[in-house]
Design a binder for this molecule. Structure first.
Ligand SMILES: Cc1cc2nc3c(=O)[nH]c(=O)nc-3n(C[C@H](O)[C@H](O)[C@H](O)COP(=O)(O)OP(=O)(O)OC[C@H]3O[C@@H](n4cnc5c(N)ncnc54)[C@H](O)[C@@H]3O)c2cc1C
Length: 390
């Protein structure tokens, strides 16, 4: 029987809840808003399956370090602008769908709850495309993946590295299953996102019906904004530093505890890793473009084959040095440290608190952190290195 005694040791992939043959495990949200498995002792037979498939307990990763790295972006400008970086996910997803396959990725449902959904329709891709910086619930998608593979269909799964590990531990390695993981800063609490949406309603008088976390349209890729479409069609849009949700997210105020001790970063868990190529201006300036550049890491032969298959849909596929490309993206290799005010934030986040003021006050860096950030930025400017962003 799985017992969560240390919250850092549960990534919330939901593999255990989905696979329990006795239906003895339900995911329940804790006070921070993160889901953890809850065992019904009457239904549990102590068969041990949940422990065997939990990726935090054991994950057999055949990948070594990435074998190749590319700067890439989609030829179709519309597709590229929808993606957070160069639109690699929508290109890969279209390729798999066009071959009669099915795609599983994160999309908001009509209540703005983020869930992994599976579909064989192109019309589902729009909602799946784009980064959403909070935990996505896997629901029963691993079971659907298993079913699709059983029917002989190709499946493309895209998620965080821990979710990919959860997929492999439950479904196994299958010749028709291909996976993508994202370089992951960490996932925020869905409860905090709901509180942010309430804050928008209070400040604008209208509800947000759609959130674009990485809006490249106004100022380009590196100077992105977060844009919320409101119910009357108007928009609330802000730069990351001025938006309470992104401000707290980037300051590590409300990430899942396991994200601060992530064991799925190296080697990468998926066939291909997708990231923003933040160092592109320095590593391969010829591929730099403000409509977004993806960094693609090849982690397996299957990944290399898939990338080769979609090369015709990419305007740029520029091979570059793996180590140099990764150097500018700390999220690929290192977990972030929780903000010193993390616990205080969750204590003070109530219905009555002004979310904007709370994150503004608590996300402030300590003097030591601020000095170190200023120093790093000075060194980068001096060396003319484009900054590591999120
Ligand atoms: C939570 C999170 C943190 C990230 N942190 C970084 C970072 O620190 N540095 C960096 O370089 N890149 C980071 N990325 C990845 C980056 O933002 C782009 O998603 C990536 O470059 C792929 O972009 P794209 O244009 O190819 O396609 P996109 O369409 O933007 O690809 C996004 C894919 O991720 C899936 N996805 C979106 N949100 C979630 C979620 N919450 N959980 C699981 N899957 C999700 C989508 O369904 C889609 O398949 C992060 C992504 C996420 C989701």
């Amino acid at each position: 029987m799985i017992r969560i005694t240390d919250r850092k040791k549960c990534c919330g992939c939901e593999a255990c809840a989905q696979m329990c043959p006795h239906g003895a495990i339900a995911m329940r949200h804790d006070t921070e808003g993160f889901a953890y498995p809850h065992i019904d002792p009457d239904a549990c037979t102590d068969c041990g399956l949940c422990e065997r498939i939990c990726p935090e307990i054991a994950f057999d990763n055949p990948n070594a370090m990435p074998t190749a790295a590319y700067a890439a972006w989609a030829t179709d400008d519309g597709i590229r602008m929808e993606g957070s970086s160069g639109g690699m996910f929508p290109v890969l997803a279209r390729y798999v769908l066009d071959r009669g396959g099915t795609v599983c990725a994160a999309a908001f449902d009509k209540d703005m709850t983020l869930r992994h959904t599976i579909s064989d329709e192109r019309s589902a891709l729009c909602a799946m495309t784009g980064s959403k910086y909070m935990q996505s619930s896997a629901g029963d998608c691993f079971l659907h993946i298993r079913q699709a593979l059983h029917e002989g269909r190709e499946v493309l799964f895209c998620g965080t590295p821990c979710q990919v590990a959860g997929v492999y531990n439950t479904v196994g390695r299958h010749p028709k299953l291909t996976t993508l993981d994202v370089a992951c800063h960490g996932v925020a609490s869905p409860k905090v996102f709901d509180t942010y949406r309430q804050w928008i309603r209070r400040t604008t008088g209208r509800s947000a019906v759609c959130t674009l976390f990485r809006d490249k349209r106004p100022n380009g890729w590196s100077d992105y904004r977060i844009t919320n479409t409101l119910e009357d069609g108007s928009e609330y849009s802000a730069a990351p530093a001025d938006d309470p949700f992104i401000r707290g997210y980037l300051a590590n105020l409300y990430l899942r505890p396991s994200c601060h001790d992530c064991r799925f970063k190296t080697p990468r868990t998926a066939d291909l890793t997708l990231a923003d190529f933040w160092g592109v201006a320095k590593v391969c300036p010829e591929a730099y473009d403000e409509r977004g550049v993806s960094l693609v890491l090849v982690n397996s032969r299957r990944g290399a084959e898939l990338l080769e298959a979609i090369a015709g849909s990419l305007a740029i596929l520029h091979e570059t040095d793996v180590a140099r490309a990764m150097r500018y993206n700390p999220a690929l290799t290192r977990s972030v440290t929780p903000h010193r005010n993390r616990e205080r934030f969750f204590r003070e986040m109530t219905e009555e608190t002004d979310f904007g003021k709370l994150t503004e006050c608590l996300a402030r860096q300590s003097l030591r952190q601020a000095t170190s950030t200023a120093l790093k930025s000075m060194i980068k400017k001096t060396l003319n290195i484009s900054g590591t962003k999120h």
